[in-house]
Design a protein around this ligand. Structure first.
Ligand SMILES: NC(=O)c1ccc[n+]([C@@H]2O[C@H](COP(=O)([O-])OP(=O)(O)OC[C@H]3O[C@@H](n4cnc5c(N)ncnc54)[C@H](OP(=O)(O)O)[C@@H]3O)[C@@H](O)[C@H]2O)c1
Length: 411
């Protein structure tokens, strides 16, 4: 079923704003926040021109991230200040989306309490679907200003982020990218709705007293106690984010954090589930994602089904990147969206055998394999081999939904 773009004004009654992960409800999209800051934490300076914090390599990285998402969301102030196109730049990436049955570009999404948006902005140009989530009191104004240039959705009074995300998942799909600005990033972090944060740190300072850094920006709109930072979040010093990657992209330092409830186990497993969306489609094999994490929390490798070769399983693809004799595997945890296979038709060695041979002491998985292709008892075999196994059934439906074309609900 395609995304229900047909729109006009949504007339339903928004549910209460969500302040948590909504019990891992799969209808909420996976929310990836992405932004670039100066070394002292500024998202912009006070000049009228847009501050360019990213170099070409980082812009290309963001383009790849965009291509993997169903929607790109920015705040109305970013639409007004930066006038972004929010399109995928590399046509090969758009072509890959089209080949997978997706629109060539993700949906453009914004939210507004005032409805003060200019229909001549690039956001409203053809090329990608446009969704505007509007607080109820500003609906009439927004409708007059925007006409047919976007689908206008009543998101409640005050605008409910929880409703917005649930509605967005139905209209656009399960993976959304939030690209700023500060208010929007802060709102999603404060509401505990973010799953991942990509923080690109540029190699210069802004130190602009006219443009407060995140650590001192006023947030009068949030409930008491008033946090002082747009990066205020439930992930504070006592509940930190999970650092999942540090890398260099040209002159930019890229920090990749996982957020959300459940601590590192749930976060790494949710990431593994998201990786399974990257699998080349198949009518005869599951789409699975895997993440291998070392004893110190370092991500050693990731993999997904059919990543390099047609019959690749996710665990196999990840372990191949390390080699079975990597000593770090003897203290690692392997996260897999589906229980590792204990029997397989495609190749002689099962994933359980790969895991045991590598000496991995612990496996965490979300979804028990339904007896569709094999009868493999992967979890039981791992336990029998002395591997500690943790099942996280709360995430099973998310993992299953990505394979919905193969299995019926509840299987
Ligand atoms: N460095 C980066 O990666 C990056 C990325 C993007 C943007 N930026 C910069 O960030 C700056 C803009 O940031 P900003 O914090 O001023 O604005 P913003 O987050 O882009 O947008 C804020 C606006 O979005 C609407 N909004 C946000 N949350 C809402 C909610 N919960 N309910 C109702 N409406 C909501 C409101 O629109 P209305 O005013 O219409 O009611 C609000 O004024 C720009 O200077 C831009 O250059 C930097």
């Amino acid at each position: 079923m395609g995304p229900p773009w047909s729109g006009g004004v949504w007339g339903g009654r928004p549910p209460e704003a969500s302040t948590a992960y909504a019990g891992f409800v799969p209808s909420r999209p996976y929310l990836l926040l992405s932004c670039a800051t100066s070394a002292d934490g500024y998202l912009d300076d006070a000049s009228p021109r847009r501050l360019i914090l990213s170099g070409p390599a980082d812009l290309d990285r963001v383009d790849e991230v965009r291509a993997g998402c169903d929607a790109i969301l920015v705040g109305a102030q970013t639409v007004r200040n930066d006038n972004p196109r929010l399109l995928i730049r590399d046509p090969r990436r758009s072509a890959r989306r089209t080949a997978r049955g997706l629109p060539p570009h993700p949906a453009r999404v914004t939210l507004t309490a005032t409805g003060d948006l200019d229909p001549a902005a690039r956001f409203f140009a053809p090329g990608a679907p446009r969704l505007v989530y509007c607080a109820t009191p500003a609906l009439a104004r927004a409708r007059t200003r925007l006409g047919d240039s976007a689908v206008l959705i009543d998101a409640g009074d005050p605008l409910s982020l929880g409703f917005m995300l649930t509605d967005l998942a139905e209209r656009a799909g399960p993976r959304a990218l939030v690209e700023g600005g500060a208010r929007v990033l802060g709102d999603f972090l404060a509401a505990g709705l973010a799953d991942e944060l990509h923080l690109a740190v540029a190699p210069f300072f802004v130190a602009d007293p006219a443009r407060p850094a995140p650590a001192s920006a006023p947030r009068p709109d949030l409930p008491n106690p008033i946090p002082t930072s747009p990066f205020f979040s439930p992930n504070n010093t006592t509940s930190p984010m999970t650092l999942a990657g540090v890398s260099r992209v040209g002159e930019i330092a890229l920090l990749r954090y996982l957020l959300g409830p459940g601590g590192p186990d749930h976060r790494f497993l949710r990431w593994a589930v998201e990786l399974s969306r990257l699998c080349p489609p198949s009518a005869t094999a599951f789409s699975v994602g895997a993440v291998v994490v070392g004893e110190d929390g370092e991500v050693l490798a990731t993999g997904f089904s059919r990543e390099q070769e047609d019959h690749d399983h996710a665990e196999e693809a990840a372990l191949r990147k390390l080699g079975p004799r990597d000593p770090r595997l003897r203290h690692a945890t392997l996260y897999s969206s589906l229980v590792p296979c204990g029997a397989r038709a495609s190749r002689p060695v099962t994933c359980v055998q790969h895991i045991v041979a590598a000496g991995i002491p612990r496996v965490v998985f979300a979804w028990r394999e339904p007896a569709l292709f094999t009868d493999g008892q992967g979890a039981e075999q791992l336990l029998a081999a002395g591997v500690a196994v943790t099942e996280v059934p709360e995430l099973a439906e998310r993992a299953r939904a990505i394979n919905a074309h193969l299995v019926r609900p509840g299987t």
